[in-house]
Write a protein that binds this ligand. Sequence first.
Ligand SMILES: Cc1cc2nc3c(=O)[nH]c(=O)nc-3n(C[C@H](O)[C@H](O)[C@H](O)COP(=O)(O)O)c2cc1C
Length: 249
Amino acid sequence: MSAVTRLRHLAGTIVRRGPLTDRRRRRARGDRIESAGAAADVSFAAAVEGRASVRRYLPDAVPRADVQRMVALATRAASAGNAQSWRFVAVEDGATRRRMKAAVEEKLDEIGAWPEAADLQAEVRAVRGYATFFAEAPLVIAVCALPYESRIDRLLTARGVPPDERDRLRQRPEIQSVGAAVQLLITAAHALGYGGCWMSAPVIACEAIECILGVEPPARLVALVPIGRPAQSPPPRRRLSLAEVLRFR
Ligand SMILES: Cc1cc2nc3c(=O)[nH]c(=O)nc-3n(C[C@H](O)[C@H](O)[C@H](O)COP(=O)(O)O)c2cc1C
């Protein structure tokens, strides 16, 4: 090796060491998220702001270590009474995903044949795409909710407050908790270099999907989250301005 090559080699080593040292520092600080596929260092704001719903995926399988990491991060969500009323089913099997898709299509066919839907066929067609693309992802995480009964719920029940009124007063804490976990799940997937999409449309076929996945009552399907390496990079969707969503009193 010539003196010049040796110098370049040395310079390269030094240049490469910089980021490595940084990375170690970040790991010590605990803000490193590591994927089995590709390492990703992301700040919280970058993960939140960089995420967008991804609806097309590469076929590469998602390693279980990454699935476990994403779900572990999702379970850091706040939950009413710390009841952690979420459960996850990671669907790796393509045939199972296709059966789930067929169940959604069957339900949408049924809805499309309703007399009330006669003038709404464009809606039915649009929902079909919006509700079934999950089957094309290499992984789908089905997110389920368990019932949660707080002290307030018990008091309202004892008082005989009807379920509708109870829902208005309580706004479904178990579903709020599961929603928090789903948001963390899709953000964690993004931080690990995956694309994902929060989907509630397929829940229209919840009975059939719960049966396919062996989800037993009282657990109920709340959302599907297809995940895979992104085959598209959708631009961020517009958000309302702060002035539209925030006010101080
Ligand atoms: C509760 C909920 C349900 C959703 N259901 C679907 C769905 O069924 N199909 C779909 O394609 N996107 C679904 N989305 C994704 C939204 O369309 C998307 O988050 C929104 O348009 C904002 O875009 P962004 O996620 O790229 O920021 C859902 C999002 C949420 C929060």
